[in-house]
Design a binder for this molecule. Structure first.
Ligand SMILES: [Zn+2]
Length: 69
């Protein structure tokens, strides 16, 4: 059923119910990680593609920075 609340996934443009997913404007956690990796790569100016473990590690570093006083 169409609720009229669908938006395109920010990564793959698949229609996603704006109110349904727990992963923001993404259709899946996978697409969320792809987008996260994309801006992390730009932020850190890394020329080669990140793999999943590197993305997770970078995210942990960001979270550590948030906890620092
Ligand atoms: Zn997607």
């Amino acid at each position: 059923m169409s609720s009229g609340n669908t938006i395109p996934c920010a990564t793959c443009s698949a229609p996603v119910d704006f109110f349904a997913p727990p992963v923001g404007p993404f259709c899946s956690p996978r697409c969320q990680m792809v987008d996260l990796g994309r801006w992390l790569a730009e932020d850190y100016r890394i020329s080669e593609p990140l793999d999943y473990e590197e993305i997770a590690e970078l995210r942990n570093q960001l979270e550590d920075q948030h906890e620092a006083p």
